[in-house]
Design a protein around this ligand. Structure first.
Ligand code: PHE
Length: 453
């Protein structure tokens, strides 16, 4: 158990779980997915799905890890006797998904690194040079630069993970999270003073349900899983490091609340600027990177502010990447006892690096490759997050549902000191058994219909 490294403090667990949940998904992905799905009605749907489906599933994954003290592959294998043979594959799929997502996440983290260094350089450059340097188009056209940045990011991630869960980042993160909160707070206030604000608030918070499409339910669910790190096995691994006394339902619920709040703050921060000045469609994956740097450079002291902002965002991206790599490594070591942790980490990093080549070159070398009218990186994003992720998340849920007895679930959920856990238990149990599987299947079916229409 000590070798597994249970966190010394509860705070340490929260830092990593919240750190893994809050990342580029909230600041980069959520805004353009909201743009794609027409604003207010989608946000409402998303928040509902996060609380009603995401939180219960996150809690189940934490419990799966906490009770088995194993990572997702071995945990699902242990359940397979009761759940059925096929479930052995679920854990493996989750790990494969994690490494593929890591490689594509590394490309976006590389964009963050780019802007961070550009803001650093801009502090020492004459003003007329600055705009050209923080230009997104220059980065998009240069695939090799993107590949290099993604490799640097992967290298940093590997080095941190080699050092182990307990050391390393905990301290750093506890500094950067509050700093980031302050910077984002300032930006939100600033964006609120823009003339476009009333129009933006209407777009974001006035639900126009006619803007939803057949795919919107699944887009909401896919993003909920992605942003809460559900369906990757990450939370199973983190649950396996929880202390015995920690209450998984409370932890899961808190992580969901913080993560959802951050996503909402992100859209309120980015959309006023996007409405005001942008020449880029709200649906473009590069939305945040197009909008924010330009805006930051236009305000006084913007280059210092930009540096601090992108440095904090980079810490968030790094933290999330660590979560992804950690799943792969802990599973590898758990499943193959002979594999040494350090070696597994380097190998996984190398596999991710090879996989990174495709998304990194998507906007340059492969810019003419289009699948159903979408660029390569958009198609990859859709395949991973709107199709595979809900399926794997459903698989893990089914393994838990079928493999764990009702009594055992109740014992792990109900805490005699927390009255609310008694009242919540029936809802949680119903959601896991019926609501979540049905909604996921419905979302996938509706998305298929959308493809045909
Ligand atoms: N939840 C992270 C984000 O929103 C992404 C992530 C997924 C991180 C899975 C770790 C594991 O950016």
């Amino acid at each position: 158990m000590s070798k597994r490294g249970a966190w010394r403090t509860r705070f340490g667990f929260y830092l990593l779980a919240i750190g893994s949940a809050c990342g580029l998904g909230n600041l980069w992905r959520f805004p353009y997915v909201v743009g794609e799905n027409g604003g207010g009605a989608f946000i409402l749907l998303y928040v509902f799905m996060a609380l009603a489906i995401g939180a219960p599933m996150l809690i189940a994954e934490l419990m799966m890890g906490k009770n088995s003290r194993r990572s997702v592959i071995v945990a699902t294998q242990q359940l397979e006797q009761k759940a059925g043979k096929g479930f052995r594959w679920v854990g493996r799929f989750a790990v494969i998904l994690s490494i593929v997502v890591l490689s594509y996440y590394a490309v976006i983290s590389g964009w963050v690194l780019h802007f961070m260094t550009q803001f650093l350089i801009s502090i020492f450059s004459p003003p007329e040079m600055i705009t050209a340097k923080t230009n997104l188009a220059a980065l998009m056209g240069n695939g090799w630069l993107q590949l290099m940045l993604a490799s640097v990011h992967l290298l940093i991630t590997v080095v941190v993970v080699v050092k182990g869960v307990q050391e390393g980042l905990e301290k750093w993160i506890s500094y950067t999270i509050p700093l980031f909160a302050i910077l984002v707070g300032i930006l939100v206030l600033k964006s609120f003073s823009m003339p476009s604000t009333p129009e933006v608030l209407r777009f974001l918070f006035y639900p126009d349900f006619s803007k939803l499409t057949w795919s919107s339910l699944n887009h909401a669910l896919g993003h909920v899983f992605f942003t809460l790190s559900v369906g990757f096995g990450t939370m199973v691994t983190f649950g396996s490091y929880m202390r015995e006394a920690d209450h998984a339902p409370t932890a899961g619920f808190r992580v969901t609340l913080v993560d959802t709040a951050i996503s909402l703050i992100a859209v309120v921060m980015i959309f006023p600027v996007a409405f005001q000045a942008s020449n880029i469609p709200l649906t473009d994956p590069a939305l945040m990177f197009e909008v924010l740097p330009k805006y930051l450079l236009a305000i006084r002291g913007g280059n210092l502010f930009g540096l601090a902002f992108f440095a904090c965002l980079y810490m968030a991206a790094l933290n999330a990447s660590i979560g992804l790599l950690e799943v792969v490594v802990s599973n590898w070591v758990d499943a193959q006892k002979k594999m040494e942790r350090g070696r597994a980490t380097w190998y996984s990093g190398m596999i991710a690096l090879v996989l990174t080549i495709l998304p990194a070159l998507s906007s340059s070398v492969f810019k003419d490759v289009r699948v159903l009218g979408r660029s390569l990186i958009e198609s990859l994003d859709s395949l991973l997050i709107n199709w595979l992720l809900p399926m794997v998340a459903l698989g893990i849920l089914m393994a838990y549902n079928r493999g764990v007895a009702e009594k055992e679930k109740e014992l792990s959920f109900v805490d005699k000191d927390k009255f609310v856990s008694y009242t919540m238990y029936p809802h949680w149990s119903f959601t896991l058994k019926w609501a979540a599987p049905l909604v996921i299947v419905l979302g996938l079916v509706m998305q298929m219909i959308d493809l045909w229409l």
